[in-house]
Design a protein around this ligand. Structure first.
Ligand SMILES: C[S@@+](CC[C@H](N)C(=O)[O-])C[C@H]1O[C@@H](n2cnc3c(N)ncnc32)[C@H](O)[C@@H]1O
Length: 326
């Protein structure tokens, strides 16, 4: 059962990546999709603008940011299943009475289609995550678990035409829908394969939208200096927290747990032993003190959680410099 909601307990996104304030390039095809004429299109646009303001408020980001502008521009109805929609407010599902897409412009999880068991995630959670990743114009972003491409589209708008997005989705039908939804963005490519396996291109931003029990070596290796990785660190079926990892120029990795989440599993990133160690660490608490990811098997007393070849700790360790394997 897909559950992609956020349960915010720690709301301290990395302030070192402030929101961008430049307007995103407009995409007339997105704001005036075929079939939406006159008043209906205008009404939906007004709804999207109100939605973007609401999500920015919820996510604690600037309503004038590029992320908010992207939320106001992208028709969410293209990315979810057909109506009637089962909106997912904080508990249970609520089937919409009407087939009017205005209902999609709320901070709710929406199934990607009936039967998939996969959802278009909670907008305020993803807005906060994208703000923490702070993709810049011209950067290369990877998106693992693209679904039908709603948040991939925001990534494509944020990196702009001079940037590049490579998105990975293992479900062929979803990958096909993502490809169709992203056809106006020459800078984006959708790959129907696992993003938990190499080869992956070198990148500045790596956003994972499915739960992993550990930071995969293939993700850490793909990060350029100052590259940012953000993924739901969680054992299969459990709740966890979004882990932001920044590869420093000296080869060390700064790390921070940002917010509590539940996601479906990332195929190929759910080692059972790592999952058990992770659940025990979350149970003990203290994750908010994590500051560093180390790539070795010698955890010191500052260790919060350790797996094979990595551990998360509160202190930078001796001998970390240059531990990045590239
Ligand atoms: C929670 S859904 C998110 C979809 C999308 N981000 C959204 O919010 O609309 C997670 C997606 O990750 C995909 N997925 C899981 N493991 C994957 C992997 N190893 N590589 C690529 N995609 C994966 C699933 O098929 C699913 O579509």
């Amino acid at each position: 059962m897909e559950d992609d909601r956020a349960y915010p307990v720690e709301t301290h996104p990395d302030q070192s990546h402030p929101d961008q304030t430049h307007p995103v390039q407009s995409h007339p095809e997105l704001t005036h999709p075929a079939g939406e004429q006159g008043g209906r299109a205008g009404r939906l646009e007004a709804c999207r603008r109100a939605y973007a303001d609401q999500i920015a408020e919820q996510a604690g980001i600037d309503p004038g940011s590029e992320i908010a502008a992207a939320l106001a521009a992208i028709p969410r109805e293209r990315f979810v299943g057909p109506p009637p929609w089962n909106l997912r407010p904080p508990s249970g599902y609520l089937q919409t009475a009407a087939n009017d897409p205005v209902v999609l412009y709320q901070d709710v999880v929406v199934p990607l289609g009936r039967g998939w068991g996969l959802n278009n995630g909670q907008p305020s959670l993803h807005a906060m995550c994208l703000a923490a990743l702070a993709p810049q114009k011209g950067e290369h972003a990877l998106h693992v678990g693209a679904g039908t491409g709603y948040y991939t589209t925001i990534l494509a708008m944020l990196v702009g035409e001079t940037g590049r997005v490579d998105a990975y989705e293992i479900e062929p039908e979803l990958a096909e829908r993502a490809r169709a939804n992203l056809k106006e963005f020459a800078q984006a490519a959708v790959h129907c394969r696992s993003g938990a396996e190499g080869p992956l291109p070198d990148c500045d931003v790596l956003y994972v939208s499915a739960a992993a029990a550990e930071p995969l070596a293939v993700w850490l290796d793909a990060l350029r200096p100052e590259g940012r990785l953000l993924f739901p660190l969680a054992a299969e079926g459990g709740s966890g927290e979004m882990l932001l990892v920044t590869r420093k120029t000296d080869g060390t990795y700064a790390a921070r747990l940002l917010i509590s989440v539940q996601f479906v599993r990332c195929a190929g990133a759910q080692d059972e032993q790592a999952g058990r160690a992770l659940n025990a660490a979350f149970w003990r608490g203290g994750g908010s003190k994590v500051r560093w990811l180390h790539r070795n098997d010698q955890p010191d007393e500052s260790c919060w959680c350790a797996g094979r070849g990595w551990w998360l700790g509160t202190e930078s360790g001796a001998g970390d410099q240059g531990s990045g394997r590239r």
